[in-house]
Design a binder for this molecule. Structure first.
Ligand code: NAI
Length: 400
């Protein structure tokens, strides 16, 4: 059998090529994104496609490339893919939400120290030829209190690193989370704001977190404390933050994400925070490290490999989730079908007609799709697959 073909666009890290080639795929790598036209003309032979954030996969892509069985987004977001349409076309979309966790946590540690020592202002002055040597307003972070809002993947990593620097850590989360190290869980956000020297935000973008740091919350922060936001731009009311920094209630802030961000490096960056004292502004680089790119390459290549070669869909953002052991001493039937009553009965009927022995069976559904995996001991798998594929409810049927 000829190897399955994977196309990687947008200069995805070489490690992904290595991993997929090792696993037996034929891999093509392009350095740029493809236009809609190129996507239709040049991708029809491929079994899977890997993209980053610039390639748009619209419904027309999926309609014209029925051979594509999986999409790998070698990045965090999946907005560039019409994931609902991909679901309707029985195509799982994978991404790498946690490969840059450590990179963000490390950046935040550097921001904590930089704010506390006013490093950016001092550095700018030194660049301008001004020698501003003074201890006034500069502090160690040791013994200070860090309040983390959102104790998930990044929040917890930060918690561990901050404790190693001698900070006392407290956190607030809407879900009950196990404290790591000596961190303290605080159930009341106001209390955390009133008692922290640094507040660092690590929540997702949701209706509840939109402007969760407004005038009221920022005013509750201790006088002379610092705010760090490397989560999502919508979480902080930027005008309110600018106001509280100007009034010197908040001693400084480090912001990596903004409500409105330039689409590319050529567009100008506008923000009310520009030019304010002891405010560090970074261009959404929290997760942008070479290590993160490498980890993303491994994570998404592994997801594609596990789906195409084993049927495992765990981690897909738009697809029923199944985690399965490796195929061993049997043939595996994968059937993606419309989620309507009676499918399992019909497939089982065919399996029994062929005298097949079911060794393992897994089913997972979402409102639109059902995903069935069956490990079978059967003589004529090819004919069995054909009959299952011909069911009116079947969208895609493969054998591994
Ligand atoms: P996660 O999903 O692991 O953790 C988020 C935590 O926030 C969860 O524990 C959740 O229960 C909690 N949470 C949700 N709503 C909350 C609320 N209203 N109040 C308090 N806690 C709440 O996410 P992860 O990976 O830790 O990422 C956190 C944020 O960092 C996300 O917004 C993500 O988009 C952002 N991020 C930013 C990057 C950058 O380049 N600056 C790179 C990677 C992630």
């Amino acid at each position: 059998m000829s190897p399955m073909k994977v196309l990687l666009l947008e200069g995805i890290h070489e490690i992904a090529v290595e991993k997929l080639t090792e696993a037996g795929f034929s891999v093509s790598r392009e350095l740029t994104a493809f236009s809609d036209k190129e996507l239709i003309e040049k991708t029809s032979n491929f079994d899977a496609i890997g993209i980053r954030s610039k390639t748009q996969l619209n419904p027309s892509f999926f309609e014209n490339n029925k051979n594509i069985k999986a999409v790998g987004c070698f990045c965090i977001g999946t907005n560039q893919v019409h994931t609902d349409f991909a679901n309707q076309m029985a195509v799982p979309v994978f991404n790498a939400p946690y490969s840059n966790t450590r990179s963000v946590a490390e950046l935040v540690i550097s921001l904590l120290v930089s704010l506390s020592r006013q490093i950016c202002d001092r550095s700018q002055k030194a660049h301008a030829g001004v020698w501003d040597k003074s201890a006034l307003g500069s502090n160690e972070v040791r013994g200070k209190t860090l309040g983390i809002i959102g104790y998930g993947h990044i929040g917890t990593q930060l918690s561990i690193l901050a404790e190693a620097l001698g900070l006392n850590v407290q956190y607030y989360d809407v879900i009950k989370k196990l404290p790591l190290g000596n961190a303290n869980s605080i159930s009341d956000l106001s209390q955390l704001l009133q008692t922290s020297d640094f507040v660092s935000l690590h929540v997702p973008e949701t209706e509840q977190t939109k402007n969760m740091m407004g005038v009221k919350e920022l005013s509750l922060m201790k006088k002379g404390s610092y705010l760090i936001n490397a989560s999502r731009g919508s979480v902080v009311d930027i005008s309110a933050l600018a106001q509280l920094i100007k009034s010197q209630h908040i001693a400084g802030a480090a912001v990596d994400v903004y409500p409105k961000e330039p689409k590319n490096n050529k567009e100008a960056f506008e923000s009310e925070l520009r030019g304010l004292k002891n405010v560090i502004l970074t261009p959404h680089i929290g997760g942008s490290t070479e290590e993160a790119q490498y980890n993303i390459g491994i994570e998404v290549a592994t997801s594609l490999q596990q789906y195409l070669l084993q049927g495992q869909s765990a981690g897909a953002v738009n697809f029923p989730q199944i985690e399965v052991p490796a195929v061993k001493d049997c043939a595996r039937l994968l059937n993606i079908h419309k989620n309507v009553p009676g499918v399992l009965g019909e497939v089982n009927g065919i399996v029994s007609k062929f005298g097949a022995n079911i060794l393992r069976q897994f089913l997972s559904t979402d409102p639109n799709l059902g995903y069935l995996i069956m490990d079978l001991d059967v003589k004529d798998m090819e004919s069995l697959q054909q009959e299952v594929a011909q069911l009116n409810t079947s969208l895609r049927t493969r054998v591994i």
